[in-house]
Structure formats: structure tokens, C-alpha cells
Design a protein around this ligand. Structure first.
Ligand SMILES: C[S@@+](CC[C@H](N)C(=O)[O-])C[C@H]1O[C@@H](n2cnc3c(N)ncnc32)[C@H](O)[C@@H]1O
Length: 295
């Protein structure tokens, strides 16, 4: 089994999410291939990690990777917001969120997350359940598509792209990631085609967020995470784009400003990767880490 994901800001996460001595519990809400979890389990010999992920395939990889830790790793296949809403109050010493998707999804899952490959347009983390990216692209009205692409991709050519998609599907179903990437490339102005970002980047991000309801899960999950956390425990959240980061930042700010505040913010400014890490792992460039403590 090959591990393809590099755990972002792992040193900073370990440093800012200390685990108390003795028997303790951490919830890794986005276990992925288990990079962060593995570091915590090896650093703290009395720690148990409850490892959430909705994706069964990646969870299988994590379970195999972490098998040496025995019962100290407890995988749970669930959406993190749903899991946390059922979890007992004051039961976790630390909670970690490393939002979004993993390198595994781009390079191994074959579910159309990457516009660079020719794969079926699926993008579901909860495989086989709910709407796929293909359903969105082939089923939404032009207006609804433009709205998704604008809201979740912050794509300034959302209308042109939605129009081109609807035009194309009049003659054929849009089935693959590369087919969609070509339609997008053809829909945007020439200078945008050859810019820093591939012209399909933002639309693909938007579809993935829509399919998995990624943004809608963040605030309810953080709300529950505070309840589930023990006093003195910490929540660390890594985000990868401004839509996620704004949600996390404002939720924590509002919560900490309340008269009956349950948390205190430990990162006035988010922690960002070192220049060495950015060089070693370019996808970490946009990462931001925010940490709060339950009071
Ligand atoms: C950025 S990766 C985590 C990588 C991990 N920290 C590591 O070091 O390997 C995010 C993971 O969270 C999962 N995920 C994303 N949103 C989720 C949600 N709302 N509920 C459960 N799992 C989620 C994805 O399937 C993915 O495997």
C-alpha cells in the first residue's frame, strides 16, 4: 500500500494540540490515510484516536496503516457533523479537522476529482449514495449550475461555463472529468485558459463541495465539537480555501465573543506552513491552521 498524502503542518498541529498525560481520547474528524493520527498515536502511548472518515476506501488504507496501534485506533465511517452530534459531551481531549479531500482522491480514487484524468464524474466521498457530480452537471438548470460554480468556486466565468455545459448536454451526456474540463476550457476567454490556474480548477472545487455538502457541515460540526470537548481541551482546524476559512474564523470569533463563551481563541492570526513545507509539498500553500481551547 502506498501512502500518497502528506500530513499538512504536522509539526505545528502536534505542537498546538497537546494531549494530557494518561489515558486520553482524540477525535480525528478527517482521518484520510491517517497521517496526522499516526503521528499522535506514536507520540502519545496512552492515546486512543477515534478516526472519522466518510470515505470507506481511504479508511481501509488508514486502518491497514495504523493496524500496529491495535485498539488505540478506532475507525468510524461517518460524516463528521453527524458523528459529533451523537457523541457524548465532555468526552474528548482534542479534536482535529483537516478539511477537504486528500491526495488519494486526486490520484487513486478514480472518481473524477481531477480534471487531468479521464474518469467518471462522481466525486462522492460517501460512495454510491446521493447525487454524483455527473448528476449535478447533467441535471441542474443553467441558473442553478452557475450559482454553484460562483458560490463554491468563486469562479468569475460561472455563467459562461454553465451555459457551455447546458449547450453540450443537449447533444450528449457529460460523463467524464476530462470531457468536462474541455468544455470549461472552451467556455472561458483565451487569456484565462493559459493563466496560473487551470481554467477548470474552480468549477471542479465547486462541484465537489456541492456533492458532499462540504461547507454546510462545518459550522454544525464545530458547534458540536465544543460540546464534545473536555474543558481545557483543544480543537484544531486546517482549511484550504477562503470559503472554509471564513466559516471557521467567524464561528470561533462569534463563539468567543459571547458573554457565556465556551472557547478562547489561541491563534489570533492563523498558523501557515513554513516556506520549507510549501516547497516540499506545494498543495500546502493555501493551508491555514486555527486553534481554540475549551474554557
Ligand atoms: C485533507 S484529508 C485528511 C488527511 C489526513 N489528515 C492525513 O494526514 O492523512 C480529509 C479527509 O476527510 C474526509 N472528509 C472530508 N469531509 C468529511 C466529512 N464532512 N465527514 C467525514 N469525512 C470527511 C475525506 O474523505 C478525506 O479523507
Amino acid at each position: 500500500m502506498e501512502i500518497v498524502h502528506y500530513p499538512v503542518m504536522h509539526r505545528e498541529v502536534l505542537e498546538n494540540l497537546p494531549i494530557p498525560q494518561g489515558s486520553s481520547t482524540m477525535i480525528d474528524c478527517t482521518t484520510g490515510e491517517g497521517g496526522h493520527t499516526s503521528l499522535f498515536l506514536s507520540t502519545y502511548p496512552s492515546l486512543t484516536v477515534i478516526g472519522i472518515d466518510r470515505d470507506r476506501e481511504i479508511q481501509k488504507k488508514a486502518t491497514e496503516r495504523l493496524s500496529g496501534f491495535g485498539g488505540r485506533f478506532r475507525p468510524v465511517n461517518a460524516w463528521f457533523d453527524e458523528y459529533l452530534s451523537q457523541a457524548p459531551s465532555d468526552s474528548a481531549d482534542a479534536i482535529l479537522f483537516d478539511l477537504g479531500i486528500s491526495m488519494f482522491h486526486y490520484v487513486e480514487s478514480e472518481r473524477g476529482f481531477s480534471f487531468r484524468s479521464d474518469e467518471p464524474l462522481d466525486m462522492r466521498l460517501d460512495q454510491g449514495h446521493g447525487m454524483s457530480a455527473g448528476d449535478v452537471v447533467n441535471g441542474y438548470s443553467e441558473e442553478a449550475l452557475a450559482d454553484v460554480i460562483y458560490r463554491y468556486g468563486e469562479e468569475r466565468y460561472s455563467r459562461r461555463i454553465a451555459r457551455a455545459i447546458v449547450e453540450e448536454r443537449r447533444t450528449a451526456t457529460i460523463e467524464s472529468s476530462s470531457q468536462l474540463a474541455e468544455i470549461i476550457r472552451g467556455a472561458v476567454p483565451k487569456e484565462y485558459r493559459y493563466g496560473r490556474l487551470h481554467p477548470a480548477t474552480r468549477t471542479f472545487q465547486a462541484l465537489r463541495i456541492e456533492v458532499n455538502k462540504e461547507l454546510d457541515r462545518i459550522t454544525p460540526a464545530l458547534e458540536e465539537a465544543i460540546r464534545v470537548l473536555k474543558k481545557g481541551g483543544r480543537i484544531a482546524v486546517i482549511t484550504f480555501h477562503s470559503l472554509e476559512d471564513r466559516k471557521v474564523k467567524w464561528f470561533f470569533k462569534d463563539e468567543a465573543a459571547r458573554e457565556d463563551a465556551r472557547i478562547r481563541i489561541l491563534t489570533k492570526k492563523p498558523i501557515v506552513p513554513s516556506s520549507e513545507e510549501e516547497e516540499e509539498n506545494p498543495p500546502s500553500r493555501s493551508a491555514k491552521l486555527r486553534v481554540v481551547e475549551r474554557i
